[in-house]
Design a protein around this ligand. Structure first.
Ligand SMILES: Nc1ncnc2c1ncn2[C@@H]1O[C@H](COP(=O)(O)OP(=O)(O)OP(=O)(O)O)[C@@H](O)[C@H]1O
Length: 335
């Protein structure tokens, strides 16, 4: 029997109701900016504790759910939580860009079609290789100094040489896999190959994948199983059938599969979150509107880091009203 409902009663305060137990809790979501780097408070668990998306503990994530189940709102909460942090945000949104493009001011790179997405992913693979070279160069220095720790990932590097971490958000992954011609099929395979490389090697280079979609199946080609095994953070909103729930949790926990298929249609935003340990929890993200997320991204627009490789993919955005150059010149002050 499903026994939890939650709703946001005012900004940042979520009311959790456990039906059958007559328990009511009001919980204040913590401030978005958490002290631990790359650890985002993104939702509440049914016991009232905070659910974090911790990129350093679980580098890559897969979020599944039927249409209108709450995937975009969840992803929006992630972006809003990441916006104040020292991180580059990269978005791939081939659903006409409707979800991620309004948040463009905080993004270092955006792609809204599969051709640009492929170019962007291959640039990220090249960036990852450069970061590996940097880690190796640092290792060569440390190795000659007894007692000095040897860097194994970007977080072991001295802060002044550490590259900025990158979170790559992919909205509706199946849109990247559509093909009608042989050339488009080859493009799909190259996209998935780049995603697999980022998923296998990205963690040490501080590149984290956050992939979202209604399904995650054979349409993504032969490497799908390999890619899925690397996306160890799983979140499933309401799904249409057990097959979809299995795509999220079949290889992790049969109980989580059952819990995902039991999410009722009217519980939008409720999800099951689990990872490769087999542990899982029911969660619900705050109902952040697109307007609220845009405001947060605009507020932190100046935190977009300088990453020359991503510059060609930087979204063109109009300046914010406060930063606009006045259309009329003020008269010079004369003595
Ligand atoms: N955490 C939440 N709390 C309350 N309502 C929510 C929550 N998340 C989503 N909803 C409601 O569900 C609707 C659908 O959410 P959302 O757009 O995130 O779904 P989706 O899975 O991304 O859908 P699609 O695949 O069609 O884009 C929202 O308009 C909102 O009203």
């Amino acid at each position: 029997m499903y026994g939890v409902t939650s709703r946001e009663i005012r900004s940042g305060v979520v009311e959790i109701r456990m039906t059958g137990y007559d328990v009511l809790k009001r919980v204040q979501m913590p401030a978005q900016l958490d002290t631990a780097p790359m650890r985002v408070p993104v939702a509440l668990r049914e016991d009232g504790s905070v659910h974090y998306r911790d990129y350093r503990a679980v580098p890559h994530g897969l979020t599944l759910g039927a249409t209108e189940s709450g995937k975009s709102v969840y992803q929006r909460n992630l972006v809003a939580g990441l916006a104040p942090m020292d991180v580059a945000l990269v978005g791939i949104d081939c659903k006409q860009g409707v979800e991620l493009f309004p948040l463009a001011r905080r993004f270092s790179a955006l792609a809204d079609n599969p051709d640009t997405a492929l170019e962007l992913l291959e640039v990220l693979v090249a960036h990852m290789e450069e970061v590996y070279q940097l880690i190796r160069a640092q290792q060569r220095i440390s190795i000659t100094t007894p007692d000095e720790e040897i860097a194994a990932d970007i977080w072991d590097l001295p802060a002044d040489v550490r590259p900025v971490p990158v979170v790559v958000l992919v909205d509706e992954v199946a849109e990247l896999a559509l093909f009608a011609t042989k050339d488009e099929e080859k493009r799909r395979d190259r996209i998935v190959t780049a995603l697999v490389r980022l998923a296998q090697l990205g963690r040490a280079a501080g590149i984290y994948l956050e992939i979202c979609g209604q399904r995650f199946g054979a349409e993504l080609g032969k490497s799908i199983t390999m890619l899925r095994s690397q996306l160890s953070g799983r979140t499933a909103h309401r799904v249409n059938d057990e097959t979809s729930a299995n795509m999220a949790f079949g290889d992790i926990s049969p109980d989580a599969v059952l819990a995902a298929v039991q999410i009722p249609t009217d519980m939008r935003g409720v999800a099951i979150a689990g990872d490769s340990s087999g542990g899982w929890a029911r969660i619900r993200a705050p109902h952040t509107s697109l307007r609220q997320a845009v405001n947060i991204c605009n507020k932190h627009a100046d935190r977009v880091p300088d990453l020359p490789a991503l510059e060609p993919f930087r979204p063109a955005v109009a300046p914010l009203p406060s930063a606009r150059v006045p259309l009329t010149k003020t008269a010079p002050v004369t003595a």
